[in-house]
Design a protein around this ligand. Structure first.
Ligand SMILES: Nc1nc2c(ncn2[C@@H]2O[C@H](COP(=O)(O)OP(=O)(O)OP(=O)(O)O)[C@@H](O)[C@H]2O)c(=O)[nH]1
Ligand SMILES: [Mg+2]
Ligand SMILES: [Zn+2]
Length: 307
C-alpha cells in the first residue's frame, strides 16, 4: 500500500488495543496488516473498534492506522463483534453440561440484533438422545439446528454444507468454555489451527483456552469467528431488551400474540393468556417458556431512562 493512500479492510482480531486488519480493496485484497493502532479520535468519541468492523486504513509516513469505521449493521457485547449475520450457538450435551436457558438468552440477543441464530449441539456421541432432543426442540421453534461430534465426525458434513451455503456471511461460534467450539472449527476447516484445550477433570468445565475473538476468512468474503467461552453469569441483566419487546423475540410466540384476554398481558401469570395455554398444550416448549419468564424477571425493572 502506497504512502498517503487509503484502503478498506476488516478487523480480524485485536491484541492489546491494536488490530489486525485484512485489506479488502481490490488492489491489495488479502493483504494482512498487523498490530496497527486506531486513531485517537475514536477514543474521544468513546468508540472501540470491534472485530467485524469494516474500516478505512491509512498509511502515513510509512505507518498504518485505522482512520475510519463504517457504520455498523449491529454490534454485540458478548461475544464482542460487529456486523454479524449468523451466530452459531454451540453447546455440548455433556462435559460441560448444557446450562438451562443459556442458548435461549443468545437466541433472544440474536433476534434483538438482527442476527440469525443457529444451534449446534456438540459432543453428540456422549449422549445421542439428548443431542437429538435438543436439536428437535430448536427446529420446532423454526431455527436451524445441528447435532455434531468432532470425535466420530457425525453431523459434520451436514453442518459444513450449511456453512458453505452462507457465502458472504460474517458469522461466529460462541458458547461456554469447553463446549468444543475451536475443536469443531478445526474439524470443519483443518487449515485454521485454532488453539484447543482440555476440560478440567474435577469440575468438568473448560479452561478458557481461546482468549480473544479471531475472524478467519473461510471462503471469499465469508468470515467465521472463534470466540472465548463465556457463561450465563457474564450476561448483564439489562443487556437484552425491554419487557414489552421480549415476547416478540421468541418466534414461536408469534401466532398467539395480541390475542390474550388482557391487551397488556405479560404472559407470566394472567388468566386467559394464550401463550400459557400453548405451553400447557405442549405447543410451546416448557424450557423456552421458562427462559422467557427468567429473562422477563431480569428486564422488568428496566427503567425508561435506561432504554
Ligand atoms: N467427547 C468429545 N469431546 C470433544 C468434542 N469436541 C471437543 N471435545 C473436547 O472438549 C474439550 C474442549 O474443546 P475446545 O475446542 O478447546 O473448547 P472451546 O469451546 O473452544 O473452549 P474455550 O476456548 O475455552 O471457550 C477438548 O478436550 C476437546 O477434545 C467431541 O465432539 N466429543
Ligand atoms: Mg476455544
Ligand atoms: Zn398472554
Amino acid at each position: 500500500m502506497a504512502d498517503g493512500k487509503e484502503s478498506k479492510g476488516i478487523i480480524m482480531t485485536s491484541v492489546g488495543g491494536r488490530y489486525n486488519v485484512r485489506i479488502t480493496s481490490a488492489d491489495d485484497v488479502g493483504f494482512m496488516i498487523k498490530k496497527i493502532p486506531a486513531r485517537g479520535v475514536f477514543r474521544s468519541k468513546n468508540v472501540t473498534p470491534l472485530c467485524g468492523d469494516r474500516v478505512t486504513v491509512s498509511k502515513i509516513d510509512g505507518s498504518y492506522c485505522i482512520s475510519g469505521i463504517d457504520e455498523r449493521k449491529n454490534e454485540l457485547i458478548r461475544p464482542p463483534l460487529s456486523n454479524l449475520d449468523l451466530l452459531y450457538i454451540v453447546a455440548s450435551v455433556k462435559d460441560p453440561d448444557m446450562s438451562d436457558g443459556f442458548a435461549d438468552k443468545l437466541t433472544v440477543l440474536c433476534e434483538k440484533n438482527g442476527v440469525k441464530p443457529v444451534i449446534v449441539v456438540t459432543k453428540s456421541e456422549l449422549c445421542p438422545e439428548k443431542a437429538a432432543e435438543v436439536t428437535k426442540l430448536y427446529k420446532n421453534v423454526g431455527y436451524e439446528a445441528f447435532a455434531v461430534s468432532s470425535v466420530t465426525g457425525d453431523g459434520i458434513d451436514g453442518l459444513l454444507g450449511y456453512i458453505r451455503s452462507q457465502t458472504g456471511a460474517l458469522s461466529a461460534f460462541c458458547g461456554v468454555s469447553g463446549a468444543g467450539k475451536s475443536t469443531l472449527l478445526n474439524r470443519l476447516f483443518p487449515d485454521l489451527h485454532c488453539e484447543t484445550g482440555q476440560i478440567s477433570e474435577k469440575i468438568r468445565r473448560g479452561k478458557n483456552t481461546t482468549r480473544r475473538v479471531t475472524l478467519y476468512e473461510i471462503y471469499e468474503d465469508t468470515y467465521i469467528a472463534d470466540t472465548p467461552g463465556f457463561s450465563l453469569l457474564d450476561f448483564e441483566k439489562f443487556d437484552f431488551c425491554t419487557k414489552e419487546e421480549l415476547p416478540y423475540l421468541f418466534p414461536e410466540f408469534e401466532p398467539y400474540l395480541c390475542k390474550c384476554k388482557y391487551t397488556k398481558c405479560s404472559h407470566t401469570k394472567e388468566d386467559g393468556c394464550l401463550i400459557r395455554a400453548a405451553v400447557a398444550e405442549g405447543k410451546i416448549a416448557e424450557s423456552r417458556y421458562a427462559s422467557y419468564l427468567s429473562i422477563y424477571g431480569d428486564v422488568k425493572d428496566k427503567k425508561d431512562w435506561m432504554k
